[in-house]
Ligand binder design. Structure first.
Ligand SMILES: [Zn+2]
Length: 66
């Protein structure tokens, strides 16, 4: 399984880990439907633990900005 880390472009405050191959997802914070091909993929990995640590780092970065 491959995982991608994305940031919701609408609220810019929700980082989500998605499974590779899906076409769309819904932001769990603002409810926006997100088409994957329009999203910036921040990180791709086959290791879920790796994806989680990238997600945590991104969340901290987003926190600093706000
Ligand atoms: Zn959102």
């Amino acid at each position: 399984m491959k995982y991608s880390v994305i940031v919701c472009p609408k609220c810019k405050s929700h980082v989500q880990i998605i499974e590779d191959g899906i076409k769309s997802t819904v932001c769990q914070r603002c409810g926006s439907r997100l088409a994957l091909k329009k999203l910036k993929i921040w990180h791709t990995t086959t290791d879920l633990a790796d994806a989680v640590s990238v997600r945590t780092a991104l969340l901290m970065k987003l926190d600093e900005r706000s």
